[in-house]
Design a protein around this ligand. Structure first.
Ligand code: ADP
Ligand code: MG
Length: 255
């Protein structure tokens, strides 16, 4: 059984990677979770997960002719299976985005929850594919009107490929944002899963190279992420069917 979520946003820096790892760790209490840094152009999950020195990454899987096994790019960290992506421009340029299909298809056979840390801008094949492949999306937005508007565009795009919204995470919330949160709930197709406070402890976790739930499990932000994960009601899609869907996904012309 497996369900694949794209963790997506309109802009970069909203907290997709922070949220991917935090939701992943919270869901790992009950599920077998694999997180993939599918943000192949702006990869940073490795820094958040203490995997800066990973020798084999998703980039190696996306280059034709390099006979690397997915297992070699998968690391057991913090109770999760983590597939980091390299950060070199050369690696990105050599990568063939379409090969992500067979990578996630293979991972789908062996996990309950697949979280795809997805690119922000929707301008290229490598950027749209994770959203197209996923069953549902979790949209991470900061609680400002322009950010919500960008998030709604991502939602609209995802829906056009049958990827509905599992929920919205409002991140970097300051006290003044209550009114925006209420509006967000009305406009998005899924519930507001949580409001994560803007907090130094989240930045400190990143600097320490640890996911928030490992670095500061008792923090308010960590508690909010656990509540968000509990609201996700993961579905148990048939692993083989999901894998077959991934393999045969049509890569859309870029929007
Ligand atoms: N709730 C938060 N409070 C404070 N800083 C945050 C919060 N969420 C994320 N950050 C910081 O913002 C930066 C971008 O977060 P990241 O998860 O890497 O974003 P993305 O993957 O969307 O580019 C990081 O330095 C991270 O520590
Ligand atoms: Mg990121």
């Amino acid at each position: 059984m497996v369900e694949a979520f794209a963790v997506a946003s309109g802009k970069g820096g909203t907290g997709k990677t922070t949220s991917t790892l935090a939701l992943g760790m919270a869901l790992a209490d009950e599920h077998d979770v694999t997180v993939v840094d599918a943000d192949t152009g702006m990869a940073n999950l490795l820094f958040h997960a203490g995997l800066d020195d990973a020798t084999v990454t998703l980039h190696d899987m996306l280059v034709a002719g390099t006979a690397t096994d997915v297992a070699e790019a998968t690391y057991d960290r913090f109770g999760l299976s983590v597939v980091p992506c390299g950060t070199s421009l050369a690696g990105f340029e050599a990568a063939e985005p379409g090969r992500l299909r067979s990578v996630v298809a293979e991972l789908a056979g062996d996990t309950d929850v697949l979280l795809l840390d997805s690119p922000a801008a929707l301008g290229s094949k490598s950027a749209v594919l994770p959203i197209v492949l996923a069953d549902r999306s979790v949209i991470v937005v900061e609680p400002t009107i322009p950010a919500l508007s960008d998030g709604l565009k991502v939602q609209e795009y995802a829906r056009s490929y049958g990827t509905n919204t599992a929920g919205v995470l409002l991140n970097k919330v300051r006290d003044s944002a209550a009114n925006v949160a209420e509006r967000a709930g009305r406009h998005f197709g899924g519930p507001v899963l949580a409001g994560i406070p803007d907090s130094d402890v989240v930045r400190a976790a990143r600097r320490a190279g640890e996911p928030l739930l490992a670095h500061a499990p008792g923090s308010e932000a960590a508690t909010r992420y656990r509540e968000a994960a509990a609201r996700l009601d993961v579905r148990d899609g048939d692993g083989d069917a999901v894998a077959a869907r991934f393999e045969s996904a049509v890569i859309p012309d870029t929007p």
